[in-house]
Design a protein around this ligand. Sequence first.
Ligand code: ADP
Ligand code: MG
Length: 241
Amino acid sequence: MLEIEDLWVSIDGKEVLKGINLAIPQGETHILFGKNGSGKSTLLMAIMGFSRYEVRQGRILFLGRDITQLPTFERARLGLGLSFQRPPTIRGVKTGDILAACAGEKVSHQALAAAYDFLPFLDREVNYGFSGGEIKRSELLQLLAQDPKMVLLDEPESGVDLENLEVVGEIIGRLLQKDRRRHHRDKSGLIITHTGFIMDYINADQGYILLDGHLLCSGNPRDILQDIKKFGYEECSRCRR
Ligand code: ADP
Ligand code: MG
């Protein structure tokens, strides 16, 4: 579904990603670990095609098509969807309108909001005065409405209070078809997490660590998380497997 070949990305002249290779087959979800500043968000933003993230070398293929030069909205139309680490506040735009725009003709945005206890937020401006958990809930409902084939999540649990954590997990489980058997899943995911909390709500197939713009240590994501907890990311710098 998604293939990245030797990807080098800079932001404002600073080289952040230094030759990333990865492949995510249809129906699989991969987990990306890595300490702050290692380039995790940069990778997701580059996959989504935000113009600030300059691809210096390499290719991004989605569903067999080279999308490296496509604008962001066309990538979204093809089926790539992203939930931001820090979603912006948008004054003057109602949450219900943006949710309806994401849903298009596919589903009723009111029904989606009702299912996740979100109706009271539809008349409010996007993220204005929302708690951390409410922001992530709103962001993930927009993604559910958009129904992307490839789900990119940047620290979906960060800043989320206990009350919202459960519902955030449930929405992500639905986005990535946790209730279906492996061969019946057609959505794929790439998820950045620090806590691993999200692994209780999805079926994670593979994990890796981003260190200094390089991908290391691919394997079982639960094992990788255990090792990070035990040895810290410093050990990754020494090991560099
Ligand atoms: P992570 O998500 O792993 O914490 P980021 O992808 O956000 O890391 O950032 C990677 C590196 O790029 C960091 O060193 C960060 O300071 C740097 N960076 C991010 N945005 C900019 C920018 N606009 N200008 C210069 N450097 C940036
Ligand atoms: Mg980040």
